[in-house]
Design a protein around this ligand. Structure first.
Ligand SMILES: *[C@@H]1O[C@H](CO)[C@@H](O)[C@H](O)[C@H]1NC(C)=O
Length: 130
């Protein structure tokens, strides 16, 4: 009993280590989010194409913006969210591995708030160009 549960724990650790080593995907956490200003989200490693999205904070957050599939390692987004909002940036690569940024700093007010509630040109579900 003891030996087999130790073996299972070890097997789990080894599997997790292999998954990390294979993907190498890291997602940057931009330092500042200004309302209605574009921000450049970026990541590295992993295997293209990528499926980036923005969620509410945490690894099981609700999707706020789902971007189109991309082979690029960056995505520009116009911050069309309320002042004070915080996010996690999640990127899934073509192997199905998902990596998360840290929780972002709260959105701060910019010179305009007219974009809020509008779909971002590069983040719309209905945009065919990005
Ligand atoms: C976004 O950041 C990435 C990585 O730093 C860079 O390669 C890319 O040129 C940037 N894109 C824009 C539009 O600034």
């Amino acid at each position: 009993m003891h030996a087999s549960s130790a073996l299972m724990a070890l097997t789990g650790l080894v599997a997790a280590g292999v998954a990390l080593a294979q993907s190498g995907l890291t997602v940057a956490t931009p330092p500042a989010f200004v309302q209605c200003q574009p921000i450049n989200l970026s990541w590295s490693g992993g295997t293209a194409p990528y499926f980036p999205r923005i969620t509410t904070p945490g690894a099981s957050g609700t999707t706020v913006v789902q971007f189109d599939q991309t082979s690029s390692t960056s995505q520009v987004w116009t911050v069309n969210q309320a002042v004070g909002s915080q996010f996690t940036i999640a990127v899934t690569d073509s192997t199905g591995f998902t990596q998360y940024s840290s929780t972002t700093n709260p959105v701060v007010a910019g010179s305009s708030s007219s974009c809020v509630g509008q779909s971002s040109s590069s983040g719309s579900l209905f945009a065919f160009c990005s």
